[in-house]
Design a protein. Structure first.
Length: 65
């Protein structure tokens, strides 16, 4: 394993831990039902976006004159 790969992975792990601590401080007092509802809403939006992308790609027509 190269040193640069090791340093990059340690940087990512450290950033993840820092983001976790910040999110605990910010979201610690929020109602878990609200956070769960937001999570479900984001999941639904992702699913709807993937369906719309598939439909757009299915009906994409190239017209050459």
């Amino acid at each position: 394993m190269k040193i640069s790969t090791l340093l990059a992975s340690l940087l990512i792990i450290n950033s993840s831990v820092l983001a976790g601590h910040l999110s605990i401080q910010v979201l610690g007092n929020m109602n878990p039902i609200i956070v769960g509802g937001i999570e479900l809403g984001l999941g639904f939006l992702y699913y709807a976006n993937s369906i719309l992308k598939d439909v757009r790609n299915a009906f994409e027509v190239d017209v050459n004159i």
